[in-house]
Write a protein that binds this ligand. Structure first.
Ligand code: GDP
Ligand code: MN
Length: 423
């Protein structure tokens, strides 16, 4: 996945280098379940009635206004990651989705709001819950899986459905691959009745009406195309005791290349759910992806950045990030980049690898020296400079009195960085 992200970024920064787009990447936009449900509702897709709430104080009134007759409600933590049902809060509360009596909603929401939920998809640091989605409780008699994504092989939308859902679809696909059905849709023709029927038959409905289910599938496809989705996943797509088909969960991702024509959707972006390092980098217009390793990399050029990551691996280390400062980074961008690297606690050494072409080595050197004045430098820094104004750059570094490890070439630099990180 990381490789794919990096590849995507590389193509972005190549566009940047070509001067076509000056703006940083979101790569793909992810929105909250309650926002996805609202969008689906606008398209006539059946969704449970629900309301998102940001503080426990509002809850009594919300329940009075919206759910005066409900005995039980579903309280769902809103984070931009799945697996909430089986997740655990750092405060000990088990489960990010709870079905409770109406008068218990306030109590349970109070234990979720402002707290950090850890799931299979969040990583150990978890994600903070700033809203809970309170929904009517439906009696679900059958839980299925439904998704639309973009398929490389058919170079178009692909509908994926499974008669069993609710749980981790990855495990299911591994155990019972034959249960997963896939229906490619011709992007030019659009979805046909036959396509939609194939999907519905694959879902093997127990009580819901076939023709209305076919209509729901067509509406989901319409939403997918018109909103420039890269993924629309409903797990579970459920049948209720009343024979209704409802989308009981919603995961929607959108193509960032469509941001210019999906302004309303892109306004939903929630930076509190993103990697803070990436948010800071995006602000400074740097091409950055956070990774799990211990060597912070500052490189110019996407290709060189990829090569640097590879050669670190080759020498037995792991990169903490992908960072391309670009062809014409300013000194202040270099300072920002350096701050991001040094604020990462996992970073045990920093490797600066610059090939000065359009980028001048003296600008990089001044940026590093200035950054070092602003942040306390606790880890060794290995520097390899080559190209335009390299002598000036080396002089600036030398005269700064900073303790730097200089390297002759890429191989030497990687070797020194890995050794420095393990000391
Ligand atoms: P996820 O774990 O992040 O995918 O969160 P989901 O939105 O899928 O919720 C987890 C589980 O809660 C679902 O798989 C359902 O089994 C259950 N659930 C959600 N809404 C309802 C509801 O209205 N009624 C019932 N009975 N169960 C629900
Ligand atoms: Mn789900």
């Amino acid at each position: 996945m990381v490789r794919a992200m990096v590849r995507r970024l590389v193509s972005n920064s190549l566009t940047l280098a070509a001067g076509r787009s000056q703006h940083h990447q979101l790569r793909r936009l992810n929105i909250h379940e309650y926002q996805g449900a609202e969008l689906m509702g606008k398209y006539g897709i059946n969704v449970p009635k629900g309301v998102a709430v940001g503080s426990a104080d509002e809850i009594k009134k919300v329940i009075q206004d919206v759910f005066p007759k409900e005995n039980e409600l579903v309280v769902k933590s809103q984070i931009l990651a799945g697996g909430r049902g089986l997740g655990t809060f750092k405060n000990g509360l088990k489960g990010g989705v709870h079905i409770v009596k109406s008068d218990e909603v306030e109590g349970i929401a109070g234990k979720m709001l402002g707290q950090v939920l850890v799931t299979k998809q969040t990583g150990p640091q978890g994600k903070v819950v700033s809203k809970v989605y309170i929904c009517e409780k439906l009696s679900l008699t059958n839980e299925m899986y439904f998704a639309i994504t973009l398929d490389r092989k058919t170079a178009g939308p692909l509908i994926i459905a499974c008669s069993k859902g609710g749980t981790s679809i990855e495990d299911l696909a591994e155990k019972y691959p034959d249960m997963i059905i896939k229906v490619p849709v011709d992007i030019f023709k659009g979805i046909t009745d036959e396509d939609a029927a194939k999907v519905v038959d694959g879902l093997a409905l127990k009580s819901a009406e076939r023709t209305s289910a076919i209509e729901q599938v067509k509406k989901l496809y319409k939403l997918f195309c018109e909103s420039d989705c890269t993924l629309l996943e409903i797990n579970p797509l459920a049948e209720t005791a009343e024979g209704q088909l409802v989308a009981a969960d919603a995961k929607l991702n959108f193509d960032d290349n469509a941001a210019y024509r999906q302004k309303e959707i892109f306004a939903l972006r929630d930076p509190t759910q993103e990697d803070p390092r990436e948010v800071a980098a995006a602000k400074a217009d740097l091409n950055y992806i956070g990774l799990d390793g211990e060597i912070g990399c500052m490189v110019n050029g996407a290709g060189l950045a990829m090569a640097t990551m590879d050669i670190i691996k080759l020498h037995g280390g792991t990169p903490a990030n992908f960072l391309d400062v670009g062809g014409n980074a300013s000194e202040s961008q270099v300072v920002e980049a350096f701050k991001i690297l040094t604020s990462d606690e996992k970073v045990k050494a920093i490797l600066v690898n610059i090939f000065g072409g359009i980028m001048r080595c003296d600008v990089i050197a001044s940026g590093i020296v200035n950054a070092a004045k602003q942040v306390s430098l606790k880890v060794p820094v290995v520097v390899r400079l080559e190209g335009t104004n390299v002598d000036q750059g080396k002089r600036i570094l030398k005269e700064s009195g900073m303790a730097l490890i200089t390297a002759e070439d890429l191989d030497d630099a990687a070797d020194k960085a890995v050794k420095a990180a393990s000391n």
